[in-house]
Design a protein around this ligand. Sequence first.
Ligand code: SD4
Length: 339
Amino acid sequence: MRRRDFIRTSSLALPVVHSIKKDDPSAEFPVVVSTWDFGKAANAAAWKILSAGGKAIDAIETGARVTEADQSNKTVGVGGYPDRDGHVTLDACIMDEHGNCGSVMCLEDIMHPISVARKVMEKTPHVILVGQGALQFALQNGFTRQNLLTPDSEAAWKEWLKKANYKPVINIENSSYQQTPSTDHFPGSIDNHDTIGILALDASRNLSGGCTTSGMAFKMHGRVGDSPVIGAGLFVDNEVGAATSTGVGEEVIKCVGSHLVVELMRQGFTAPKACKKAVERIAQRNPQKAREIQIGFLALDKQGNYGAYALQNGFTYSVKTKDKEMVVESDYHFTIRPR
Ligand code: SD4
């Protein structure tokens, strides 16, 4: 068999690549989706821009800033839990329809890392700035310094210090699991799942995305998860779709999760199926560990179809379109989480 014939034959076994129809009547856009139920407030802000014909990238930044400014949210922006040394260190990234992207990692004292990430994207020849360099860049670009450690988060950290049990457990939403010692490790661990990943398709049918977090509560100083890593916590391909993730970032980085989801959509999997496949890959590689952690993927395709999938139950995402404003419970891989 000649090579070309082999490729033609073998491609029959692959899922059909969906064509991107410009005037698909079933397409619903503009649309914005974001992780967790608090994504509703971020979506509402993003929607003001999208419904007025604005650009997805502006909607993303505006939406993410709402969550970053919300002090009651313990793992994004101001009020985020500090690392184990008491520093609130923030991670964020943003990506537009042209494949441009910007990221900041381990940024301190700046309330809106998503906006700094956008400035990195637009004003530098680079993609990533970290730590002191990111702070210096932010200050040079008009951002002001402020204390991000709220009394609530400081109290939680001091409580944690009493045992300082370093076992990064994350996303304990499953009610059958809430009584485990993991709440010992992270006082308030019920709140320890609040990274916002936000994806939008605008009226011009362009996609953008953003992801912002303070990461794992009481992490090692300098630890960075998946959220600001392009391809892991976020990926946007304007021909195909966009994806974002939440949960234990280390495991998402290992499979370059969001890029994987987008590539699965390119192969023809729907947004929810692509998320499911990526979660299954993580579960297959390390079944034992996968049972102990939470990871959720959220995806939006070029037609405006969206979907999600998680390792455990409890992952939710928020959706806003012209006719819909809702919080959806994601499907999940493990039906019974062992104790
Ligand atoms: C991280 N993925 O730093 C983030 C944390 C998170 O839900 O998403 N929590 O690993």
